[in-house]
Design a protein around this ligand. Structure first.
Ligand SMILES: [Zn+2]
Length: 237
């Protein structure tokens, strides 16, 4: 699943192409009626992509299989048209197509009300993130808590695994057993990794099951709770 860093990159690409343009909005496999509107701004909020028009905002969430592609008008699409959920045909010749996203809808004000501080944002609020993490049951695994989008928006499974390793925290400790310093360090590491687009770089543990730990040489282990966690059983005690 694309994490917050990937969605932020998509927002930057689409912003350069579409900001200020008038677009024909064509729903394919959505209930959205065809219409025309001007793009005012494009931003990511956690894993949500928001395209702000003059009077409304389109929200997409890519989940596992969704993707945004940018084409020139008339250019052949790289995925079949039946997978297109919405296409934005801009008056400057760009066409942005969203394929296979489960969520393509006009944003309702309440939808993002519970979203936590955005890890990619400069105005990220660590105290709020810590408080939201602490609001979960004391025994909730820290590995599951970090994925809670109401605590830190944008963190996915890759960043979760890598941050827990880099901070040498046992993924299966209860969130209630961690002190503030450890929680703040984990939050900061999630942000640092996302902001340097670490979902694309070299990993320490993610998808390295059975391979030697880069620090101690022990084989990287896995365990499934809400998602599959990759970790070093020796370094992360
Ligand atoms: Zn190790």
């Amino acid at each position: 699943m694309p994490e917050g860093d990937t969605i932020a990159r998509i927002a930057t690409t689409l912003r350069k192409a579409l900001k200020g343009a008038r677009v024909e909005i064509r729903g394919h496999s959505t209930q959205l009626r065809p219409s025309s509107d001007r793009v005012v701004e494009i931003e990511s909020r956690g894993k949500n992509l928001l395209i702000h028009f003059e009077k409304r905002t389109l929200r997409t969430h890519l989940m596992m299989h969704g993707a945004w592609h940018l084409y020139r008008e008339g250019e052949k699409w790289q995925r079949p048209a039946f997978q297109a959920r919405i296409a934005l045909h801009a008056d400057n010749g760009f066409v942005a197509v969203c394929f296979s996203a489960p969520v393509v809808e006009w944003l309702k004000p309440e939808t993002l009300a519970h979203l936590g501080p955005d890890a990619m944002s400069d105005s990220f609020d660590t105290a709020t993130a810590r408080r939201r993490l602490r609001s979960r049951p004391l025994e909730a695994y820290v590995s599951d808590a970090l994925l809670d989008q109401t605590a830190i928006a944008g963190v996915g499974n890759i960043i979760k695994c890598e941050a827990l390793f880099n901070c040498r925290v046992d993924p299966f400790r209860g969130i209630g057993s961690l002190d503030d310093k450890t929680i703040d360090a984990l939050v900061a590491e999630c942000r640092r990794l996302l902001r340097r687009h670490a979902t694309r770089g070299r990993k320490n543990v993610y998808r390295r099951s059975g391979e030697p730990c880069r620090v101690c040489g022990a084989p990287i282990a896995t365990r499934r709770t809400s998602r599959l966690t990759y970790y070093c059983p020796t370094c992360q005690k």
